[in-house]
Write a protein that binds this ligand. Structure first.
Ligand SMILES: [Zn+2]
Length: 418
């Protein structure tokens, strides 16, 4: 067992499902907080667990540059390294290479780029992206794709989509040949042996420190990982803003055959109506029985909207990044906590929110922390925004189970917890 997906209830196009990974079950539709550098900025892992985060994201590009894949691999993969027992997904590095690097050079073979840290030259290909993601050891990893820029003409969108299709096949081939090399495959073997058995430990890894760390990681995980479990590789549909190219990309990606499919290349500067139109038309071409992941969106309103369209997984830096800039999402709308009007406001940030920040602190205090540039401002703001996003998805799942379409409105937030 590496991944299974069951739809438990559908309502219109929306569905509630259960995605089972080697590191736990995920209720879908799910929002995945972004932990770029093996850290959801400002939020400790135990707090993420308390907030109900079921799966988080890591960014391969950033982790490859720092601390490096080999370091993470020797620590038992991202789960052991960051002491996160639940599921993880990594991106392929493609999007970051395309969005962060002006000095990149793309060929059929792959992408040469410069590190944003020290300017050193690096190369990513479908094969090296798979190698990196296998070393990082997330439960779900992504095929290496080219994210087409916006705007782009049709010839450019077609050429880019076709290369992504060829890269998908190369990603799958490399993954199938190397998937048993995931670091926790060996953790699983240590975990199923008698604890502390020296013979098992010495046979589990080539370095003397690895098995101990890996065993500690396995102990923290709290549940056994099946010995034959591997990662799961998802394909990515591209095709720019052209519905026909999106359809063709979907068909070609499905032909390669993945256990899940992502819609990539959106939220790259196009108008929101166009994003919705492309999502809606692309979803029609994806298999109904496989998880569908919409990459890099969106606002609270948008994640509700996309879940209603039948998207199962979403991620976005918005709640965490906005929080660090003092922009908070609440059931009463957006709050810019830096504003002077909150200086003596004794009320909670969001009266409709049950998070530990809203239960304990006043708007006046949060405003003071932000104005004083206290580190705690970023921590508390991020905890609230993540709580708001995760609660939103919880309510969306509840609505789908009840057979209702969920709307982003204050009435949604006043419903009792499922
Ligand atoms: Zn809150």
């Amino acid at each position: 067992m590496s991944l299974s997906f069951h739809i438990e209830r559908a309502s219109g196009r929306a569905r509630v499902g259960r995605l089972v990974t080697p590191h736990g079950e995920i209720e879908t539709p799910v929002f995945m907080p972004v932990g770029t550098l093996a850290s959801v900025k400002g939020v400790p892992q135990d707090t993420l667990e308390e907030l109900g985060a079921q799966i988080i994201l890591g960014n391969t590009y950033h982790l490859y540059l720092r601390p490096g894949v080999e370091t993470v691999r020797r620590m038992g993969g991202l789960h052991g390294f960051m002491a996160w027992p639940r599921a993880i997904l990594t991106d392929s590095g493609g999007f970051q290479v395309f969005s962060l690097n002006e000095l990149r050079k793309v060929t059929e073979e792959g992408v040469t780029f410069r590190s944003h840290l020290d300017g050193s030259s690096h190369f990513f290909s479908p094969e090296s992206s798979m190698e990196a993601q296998i070393g990082l050891g997330a439960d779900i990893i992504m095929a290496f794709d080219e994210c087409t820029e916006f705007p782009a003409d049709r010839e450019r969108m077609r050429a880019s989509m076709e290369m992504t299709a060829r890269w998908a096949a190369r990603s799958k081939k490399y993954f199938e040949e190397h998937k048993t090399e995931v670091p926790w495959a060996r953790v699983a073997h240590v975990g199923t042996a008698a604890p502390g058995c020296p013979a098992e430990r010495s046979s589990a890894g080539e370095s003397s420190d690895f098995p101990t760390l890996a065993a500690k990681g396995a102990a923290r995980m709290g549940h056994p990982i099946p010995g034959d479990a591997t990662q799961s590789l998802f394909g990515i549909v591209q095709g720019g803003m052209d519905r026909e190219l999106r359809r063709e990309s979907a068909l070609r990606t499905i032909e390669v055959d993945f256990p899940g499919y992502a819609i990539g290349g959106l939220s790259v500067g196009e108008p929101r109506e166009l994003t919705r139109e492309i999502v809606e038309s692309t979803l029609e071409h994806l298999p109904a029985d496989k998880p569908r992941y919409l990459m890099g969106v969106g606002t609270p309103e948008e994640i509700v909207e996309y879940a209603n369209l039948g998207v199962d997984m979403m991620d976005c830096v918005l709640p965490t990044r906005a929080a660090r800039h003092g922009l908070l999402f609440t059931s009463e709308g957006k709050v810019s906590i830096k504003q002077a009007r909150y200086a003596q406001d004794q009320g909670p940030l969001d009266p409709g929110c049950g998070c530990r920040v809203c239960q304990r602190y006043s708007r006046a205090y949060l405003r003071h922390l932000y104005a004083s540039n206290e580190v705690l401002a970023q921590v508390l703001n991020t905890i609230h925004n993540l709580s708001f996003y995760l609660d939103t998805m919880r309510r969306v799942r509840h609505s789908i189970r009840l057979g209702e379409e969920s709307r982003f409105s204050s009435s949604v937030w006043s419903r009792p917890e499922p």
